[in-house]
Design a protein around this ligand. Structure first.
Ligand code: C2E
Ligand code: SIN
Ligand code: SIN
Ligand code: SIN
Ligand code: FE
Ligand code: FE
Length: 413
């Protein structure tokens, strides 16, 4: 086992690491594996509180991992449970108390919670000792739960968690809580940014942004399900693209009103200015703090690229909008990105954006009928759009239509 001194050294090392690792997902994985290492736990999970529900977010299980072929990832079904005293994790989230249970199959008689044996049954695993700790922020708000499973002695025998390890595990829990809270704040700031953009263009931007976000999440989910991507990863990416796609046109904040609000067709010159919204948007996500920032930047920059390579801005340095070395064409412009050079996220949003633009009235055009819109989208498969994603688009058109109805355009003020 690690000595007290080694444990303290590990914590200091981790503290340094954490200031470097900004991404909340990597941070959660790191916190979990370090907490497991300290307590010699075989498995562990982090749950996140949202409203009155606990969502199972991150998990690691050494024993189950060893049963897999090398390189394979563990697949867990996403699950959630209410925050109440019936489950162990729910009880901890509700009361803020730490529970150190030596054997969950032999709980004390008078406790309100019980152990859910489903997980053990479906994965052929035997949970015994469980240490469950609330994730409390510095303001004492509970944002989630850290659960460590099956402490082992040096011979691999399962033993109860040591009381003396609890202060150190609390330290990890606090770090995790602060990181989760920061991720939530990032999200809140972004929603505020979208509101500001709405203020400039109240007729279009708000509902358009919401619809493009929601269509993109649906198209992604269908794509990922068909690819057999694990459900936890799907849930995470779906949440992220829902917000990142809303921000696709955030770069329009840099476009002058005279162009942005022009009630008729743009001149070539004006259209050239309009096209700068792609790089301008990407520049807003310069300090990439999370997966969300990274995806938002991909989307803002690339949502007007085309599958056939004739979109914009092409292979540019988004800070200067100049062609990257080797990508400059005769006319001085950058070669467009094509096919998989364009990230999946941007290929999805490109479809959502145009579907929504064609279906809606704009100051410069009237709305198209649904039939015309779908015909146009399908005819652009392999030209403007990724053909595989257009197949999905057509297959889920019912879902997309219902999203449209959920976020109607507001009447002109
Ligand atoms: P937006 O209104 O969100 O449109 C997004 C994209 O949908 C457009 O990207 C274009 O690919 C597609 N789209 C929109 N309307 C039509 C259409 O009538 N026919 C076809 N085939 N595609 C259409 P694009 O062209 O890069 O435009 C980017 C943004 O520039 C538009 O965002 C809009 O804000 C603005 N914009 C484009 N053209 C005009 C225009 O003639 N007048 C004005 N006032 N704004 C324009
Ligand atoms: C619970 O906290 O009751 C569920 C924990 C688990 O199934 O691992
Ligand atoms: C243009 O080519 O000027 C704009 C196309 C459009 O979005 O209507
Ligand atoms: C992430 O970093 O993965 C998401 C950040 C957020 O949810 O705000
Ligand atoms: Fe755009
Ligand atoms: Fe748009």
């Amino acid at each position: 086992m690690l000595t007290e001194k080694q444990k303290l050294e590990e914590i200091i090392k981790l503290g340094n690491l954490m200031t470097q690792i900004k991404d909340v997902d990597i941070l959660m994985e790191t916190i979990l594996s370090e907490a497991k290492k300290f307590t010699q736990a075989d498995a562990g999970s982090i749950y996140r509180c949202e409203e009155n529900t606990l969502y199972f977010n991150y998990t690691q299980n050494n024993t189950l991992l060893k049963r897999l072929e090398p390189g394979k990832k563990l697949i867990y079904s996403t699950f959630k449970m209410p925050i109440d005293s019936k489950s162990i994790a729910g009880y901890v989230a509700e009361t803020g108390q730490i529970l150190n249970l030596p054997d969950v199959y032999h709980l004390p008689q008078n406790v309100p919670y019980s152990f859910n044996k489903e997980f053990d049954k479906t994965s052929d695993y035997k949970t015994t000792s469980v240490l469950t700790i609330p994730l409390k922020t510095n303001g004492d708000r509970i944002v989630g739960v850290l659960q460590l499973i099956n402490a082992q002695d040096d011979y691999g025998k399962i033993i109860p968690f040591l009381e003396e390890d609890i202060p150190l595990v609390k330290h990890f829990a606090n770090n995790a809580a602060v990181a989760l809270e920061r991720a939530e704040m990032t999200r809140a700031i972004i929603l505020r940014m979208i509101k500001v953009a709405e203020l400039r263009d109240p007729k279009e931007t708000g509902a358009h942004a919401n619809r493009v976000g929601a269509y993109s999440a649906e198209i992604y989910e269908e794509w990922a399900t068909r690819k057999g991507i694990d459900t936890i990863e799907i849930k995470r990416n779906k949440d992220t693209i829902r917000i990142a796609a809303m921000l696709h046109d955030i770069g329009k904040v840099a476009i002058p009103d005279a162009i942005l609000k022009k009630p008729s067709k743009l001149t070539d010159e004006e259209y050239a200015v309009m096209k700068t919204h792609a790089c301008a948007g990407a520049q807003l996500f310069m300090n990439k703090q999370s997966e969300l920032d990274e995806m938002s930047q991909e989307i803002a920059l690339n949502h007007h690229e085309r599958w056939d390579g004739f979109g914009y801005p092409g292979h540019v340095d988004f800070e200067t909008a100049k062609p990257l070395p080797g990508f400059k064409l005769e006319n001085g412009k950058a070669r467009g990105k094509e096919k998989e050079e364009i990230s999946l996220w941007a290929r999805i949003v490109s479809i959502s954006d145009v579907y929504d633009a064609l279906s809606s009235r704009r100051s410069y055009k009237s709305a198209w009928t649904e039939e015309d819109v779908i015909n146009e989208m399908v005819s652009q498969a392999g030209k403007q759009f990724d053909p595989e994603l257009i197949d999905i688009f057509v297959d889920i058109i019912d879902v997309l239509r219902s999203v449209r109805q959920k976020y109607p355009d507001e009447e002109a003020l």
